[in-house]
Design a protein around this ligand. Structure first.
Ligand SMILES: Cc1cc2nc3c(=O)[nH]c(=O)nc-3n(C[C@H](O)[C@H](O)[C@H](O)COP(=O)(O)OP(=O)(O)OC[C@H]3O[C@@H](n4cnc5c(N)ncnc54)[C@H](O)[C@@H]3O)c2cc1C
Length: 409
């Protein structure tokens, strides 16, 4: 049996559902296929995974009706403090502080747990008559022709559409099956991710300590006394730390952490993610487009991965909805080329920028350390530059698609 829809999205992680909702808001019918059974992720207890969403991403979620479902479970980020540090000697005295009071848009971002965001996406998709969700099914094959795309599921079922979109993550099978090659490298680092409870309140402040083995991010969660930890370590250190029981894991974390939040304890499961850069050499192919991590898997150093994906979502949805209104073929090469022109340069330069920051900070070279400290201090002393960086991190700069400006399609 073959079913037909306007657009097929492979991958129902976070970018897939966001894109489905964005397209549906413009009247385009979409089918989303995901390997995982949907309830598996939505009904999890707190698993330690959380995202820092930029203001622009929040605007998109608001227009799509998702933000109201998670607003009271989000934590505004009021300040970001960045410093160079070394285990044992703690952070250097040269802090770079970004304060939400410096821009008129309010908090520069919001922390939200993965399970709440995912559940909100599922609820919003379930209400939308233009969206069909197929979960617990894996795409195993695909073909495209000049007129349509077809995928085959592991169950043997086939689906056809005018356009196939890969939202299937860093090791995108959709990209591989289309012959799209990738550029990238491993960082030799692994991110250790968990949540901690702490004695003193975080006051909505996010911290980024640059350590020789990799950055440590401490990101505030709702309630005031819990934070999400993204602790990047060399692969060798990370596997040794991962093998430790909880008490020793905390003992290893404490000297990096310092005592500014008082006593700490684990408040979530411990995860580890090997870190690599992986950029698709094209974001489009015949009747096919890539979005999110499938197009660009980046270092989590600035918490920009999902934000970058949501920029793709906003741009591609705008291109396709306008094309549909004009009566154009949604999978036509010139329509897809508009998306690639809009997004490829921006995401590649941001990915390489984060790569450069990681290389500059993840070492113990004394000359670079002095340079870094002076650089942080210099930026801190220049309010206009600081405001520019805040606006950039909040996703408020560049050629913004309508959804990121808070406007419907
Ligand atoms: C440690 C760490 C911290 C991070 N912190 C932040 C942060 O603070 N802020 C931020 O913006 N980003 C952050 N990110 C990045 C963010 O997690 C990713 O960018 C985002 O989750 C990517 O979403 P996605 O939907 O593109 O891909 P994924 O979430 O990888 O989803 C892909 C989906 O595709 C499905 N799939 C794959 N193959 C198939 C198939 N053949 N058939 C059917 N389904 C398939 C999978 O089941 C999965 O559900 C972080 C990442 C890491 C590793």
């Amino acid at each position: 049996m073959t079913a037909k829809t306007d657009i097929l999205i492979v991958g129902g992680g976070l970018n897939g559902p966001a894109l489905a909702l964005a397209l549906a808001s413009g009247g385009v019918s979409v089918t989303v296929i995901d390997s995982r059974p949907a309830p598996a992720r939505a009904t999890l207890g707190f698993d330690g995974r959380a995202y820092a969403l930029a203001i622009a991403s929040k605007r998109l979620l608001t227009v799509l009706g998702v933000w109201p479902l998670v607003a009271d479970r989000s934590q505004p980020i009021l300040q970001i403090k960045t410093s160079d540090g070394r285990a044992g000697s703690g952070p250097s005295p040269f802090f770079l502080t970004f304060d939400a009071a410096e821009i008129e848009e309010g908090p520069m971002g919001f922390m939200i747990e993965d399970r709440h965001l995912y559940a909100a996406f599922l609820a919003a998709m379930a209400e939308n008559p233009h969206i069909t969700v197929i979960s617990g099914e894996t795409v195993v094959a695909q073909t495209t022709t000049a007129t349509e795309a077809e995928v085959t599921l592991a169950s043997g079922k086939t689906l056809r559409a005018r356009l196939l979109i890969g939202c299937d993550g860093r090791s995108s099978g959709t990209a591989a099956r289309a012959g799209i090659t990738r550029t990238g490298w491993s960082y030799g680092q692994t991110a250790l991710v968990t949540a901690i409870a702490h004695e003193k309140p975080h006051h909505g402040i996010a911290h980024q300590f640059f350590m020789p083995a990799g950055p440590l991010a401490i990101l505030p969660l709702p309630g005031g006394y819990r934070s999400s930890i993204v602790w990047s370590q060399t692969d060798a250190n990370a596997s040794a730390i991962t093998a430790l029981p909880d008490a020793q894991y905390l003992a290893a974390l404490r000297p990096r952490f310092g005592d500014f939040l008082g006593a700490i304890s684990l408040a979530g499961a411990r995860f580890s993610y090997p870190l690599n850069l992986t950029l698709a050499n094209s974001f489009i192919a015949e009747r096919l487009a890539l979005v999110g991590d499938a197009a660009h898997g980046v270092h989590p150093i600035a918490g920009q991965g999902l934000n970058l994906g949501l920029r793709d979502v906003a741009a591609l949805a705008q291109v396709l909805v306008i094309a549909a209104r004009r009566g154009e073929d949604l999978g036509a090469a010139d329509v897809l080329a508009r998306y690639q022109r809009w997004r490829r340069f921006d995401s590649t330069s941001l990915a390489l920028g984060m790569d450069a920051v990681n290389h500059l900070f993840s070492n113990d070279n004394p000359i670079l350390r002095v340079g870094r400290d002076l650089g942080l201090a210099a930026v801190n002393a220049l309010p206009a530059l600081r405001r520019g960086l805040i606006r950039q991190a909040a996703g408020l700069t560049g050629d913004l698609p309508r959804l990121l400006a808070g406007q419907a399609l």
